[in-house]
Design a protein around this ligand. Structure first.
Ligand SMILES: Cc1ncc(COP(=O)(O)O)c(C=O)c1O
Length: 314
């Protein structure tokens, strides 16, 4: 099967070429990365993408990621052209792929493709692994898109409101529990619900009020000097930023990873959310409860930045 691949320059399409069906091991092919510059006035997003290691601007309409959201993904922050915690992200991608039964590309290729995309500068490298063709006629095996895009500067503080998350496993095991699958529609709907109520984002809670996570971030707070955060056994995402926070907290503050009800937040003196995009961001409100950005959040945020600046990470 042949699919169309397009080569782009910063100014636009140079040429369109037919690419043979792609296998996982094409990363060494010396081709320019695709570069699609959004030309609408005011649009600052630059997207650059590789499909199975080759420049591309699209994925077939018949792909399972398009038709069924059947796949998994990672969002990796690139700082000054270097992917942060790439090893942890790719470990997590491989775990998600295993849960879905999708064979991931060879690890060397993934590393190579991500490094090539990260080299574009400050932004986000997204890796999307789909099961492949999803209709008769497209029997393609798993496809992997690795793309780079710039990042709008995230807000320095956010406010949240609790939103019930009946779709969340919340500790119940099922085969995809904890996997970062493409099926984010419920999370994004919760985000929109929160925004419609005038908040920046949702704090997802189980039907019994257990605090889980935000739609695209993990959460922690401080009670009596102890950092508390929902435990991974609730099948929240094993967030890379949360993991970094726990490492930074070690030896400085006590940490409790457990099941907490939403009433616990009434005792908190500071609250923070953590994600690849938002790093460690103070939370100024959860519904009616208000919080000042606190010293532990500030110290963790600064330490996180130092880790990034030092080019460390997994
Ligand atoms: C549901 C959920 N929880 C937590 C996070 C934060 O994870 P990370 O720190 O790895 O970005 C994300 C990130 O997208 C997420 O989607």
């Amino acid at each position: 099967m042949r699919s169309n691949c397009f080569l782009f320059s910063a100014l636009g399409v140079i040429e369109s070429v037919g690419c043979p069906a792609l296998s996982w091991r094409h990363a060494s092919d010396a081709v320019l990365p695709a570069r699609i510059q959004e030309s609408r006035p005011g649009a600052a997003v630059v997207i650059t993408a590789l499909l199975d290691g080759r420049p591309a601007d699209s994925i077939p309409l018949t792909d399972s990621a398009v038709l069924r959201g059947d796949g998994c993904f990672e969002a990796i922050r690139s700082y000054s052209g270097r992917a942060y915690a790439l090893g942890w992200h790719l470990d997590r991608l491989e775990r998600s792929a295993r849960a879905l039964g999708i064979p991931p590309p060879h690890r060397d290729d993934l590393e190579d493709w991500c490094a090539r995309m990260a080299a574009h500068g400050d932004g986000v490298v997204r890796v999307v692994l789909s099961r492949g063709g999803a209709v008769p006629g497209d029997e393609a095996p798993a496809r992997c898109v690795v793309m780079f895009h710039e990042l709008p500067i995230p807000k320095p503080e956010v406010n949240l409101v609790t939103v019930p998350a009946p779709w969340h496993p919340a500790g119940e095991w099922y085969e995809l529990a904890g996997a970062k699958t493409l099926s984010y529609a419920p999370n994004l709907a919760a985000q929109r619900t929160a925004q419609a109520r005038g908040f920046d984002d949702a704090l997802l809670v189980a039907s019994d009020g257990t605090i889980l996570e935000c739609p695209t971030a993990s959460i922690a707070w401080v009670v009596d000097g102890v950092i508390e955060t929902p435990m991974l056994a609730l099948h929240i995402l094993d967030s890379i930023t949360r993991r970094t926070m726990l490492m930074l907290a070690e030896g400085r503050w006590k940490v409790a990873e457990d099941r907490f009800g939403e009433s616990r937040l009434a005792s908190a003196t500071e609250v923070m959310i953590m994600s690849t995009v938002r790093e460690i961001t103070p939370v100024t409100a959860v519904g009616d409860l208000s919080f000042e950005p606190g010293p532990i959040t500030a110290t963790l945020g600064a330490s996180f930045r130092s880790v990034v600046d030092a080019g460390r990470g997994a």
